[in-house]
Design a protein around this ligand. Structure first.
Ligand code: TXA
Ligand code: MG
Length: 314
């Protein structure tokens, strides 16, 4: 039986006591622990099945907490304030040199830390009441599709986890990650804030960074069913149906709506028992870049050449 949804006060007490609480953000649900509690943070990795060297984002209640977690005296430190002013609360994560005392468990041993102020009111209320940073990856098993509802979290991580229910996430894909720890700003992951919006504040941004991050593994965000990303949905569908495969399609649409529904659709289609998901590539730019990034990684898991009409995934 699932636990009933906790209220905010109970969730705050649970986090303060070293427990884990899944909570809604505007992007996807996060699996949170007090970021300064290494034992609690280790539980996140255990629950997700995530390798320990993959760093977590620390979620803050407000931008004024930045200096508790990051050093702003590097070459790009002066960009953090204007970027935070323009995009926080919101779907932007900044990578900065870490301040003294930020646990290795959070940063995966890196000398940098990822920080963001989420926009969802329940997330901010939770973090403000805890009174300190909350480390949280997306609340899914490592490599799988991120959850955008409380029910998805329970389906991924089990019925005994504490889950604050804040409804369906409005952005639907993870935050944009901008690395400010080097010599030039670098986009590590496209997301809810577009490259153009970043460049309007930070000047030219390099695509792709020097840091390896798990969300940047070639294969990630993957449904169990094989997925093909294409501009020609009808052609791909016909090709696979001709081989006797059962095909479901995912059409691109208006980008905000497409992003908002993307992961729920992948979960739903994954349960239909088809052999192949054929997803239409989104128009590039803005959220389309984030959608195509996730679908490209989802597609990497099962190259089309491995598809087999007799496959039965049970
Ligand atoms: O929208 C989001 O960002 C969601 C919500 C819950 O805030 N969180 C999320 O966390 O997507 P996660 O752990 O699933 O993905 C965070 C990404 C990972 O690819 C991680 O490697 C990268 O952020 N990251 C975190 N700290 C980093 C660091 N110091 N340097 C480079 N990459 C970092
Ligand atoms: Mg994730």
């Amino acid at each position: 039986m699932s636990l009933p949804p906790p209220d905010l006060d109970a969730a705050v007490a649970h986090l303060r006591g070293g427990g884990l609480v899944a909570f809604p953000t505007e992007t996807v649900y996060g699996l949170g622990a007090r970021a300064r509690d290494p034992l609690a943070v280790r539980q996140i990795f255990a629950m997700k099945g995530r390798p320990a060297d993959h760093p977590l984002i620390v979620h803050l209640a407000e931008a004024s907490w930045l200096s508790r977690w990051a050093r702003l005296d590097g070459p790009l430190g002066s960009l953090a304030g204007p970027l935070a002013a323009a995009h926080w609360p919101g779907p932007l994560t900044l990578i900065l040199p870490r301040a003294d005392g930020v646990p290795d468990e959070v940063t995966g041993g890196l000398d940098t830390v990822g920080l963001r102020v989420p926009g969802h009111p329940l997330a901010r209320a939770l973090i403000a009441a805890v009174g300190e940073g909350v480390a949280a990856p997306s609340a899914n098993r490592f490599g799988c599709v991120s959850p955008t509802t409380a029910a998805h979290v329970r389906a991924e991580l089990g019925p005994t986890l504490w889950v604050l229910d804040g409804g369906a996430c409005t952005v639907g894909v993870e935050s944009t990650i901008l690395d400010l720890s080097g010599e030039v700003p670098a986009l590590l992951r496209p997301g809810g804030v577009s490259l153009a919006a970043l460049e309007a504040v930070a000047g030219p941004v390099q695509r792709g960074g020097r840091t390896r991050a798990p969300g940047t593994l070639a294969s990630h965000y993957a449904p169990r069913t094989a997925l093909i990303l294409t501009d020609d949905v009808d052609g791909e569908r016909a090709r696979h149906e001709a081989r006797g495969l059962r095909v479901a399609t995912l059409a691109a649409g208006e980008p905000q709506e497409h992003a908002r529904r993307l992961y729920a659709e992948l979960r739903r289609l994954d349960l239909t028992g088809v052999d192949v998901l054929v997803a239409e590539r989104a128009a590039p730019g803005g959220l389309g870049d984030a959608i195509n990034d996730r679908l490209t990684r989802a597609a990497h898991e099962h190259p089309p050449s491995t598809l087999n009409p007799t496959s039965d995934r049970g």
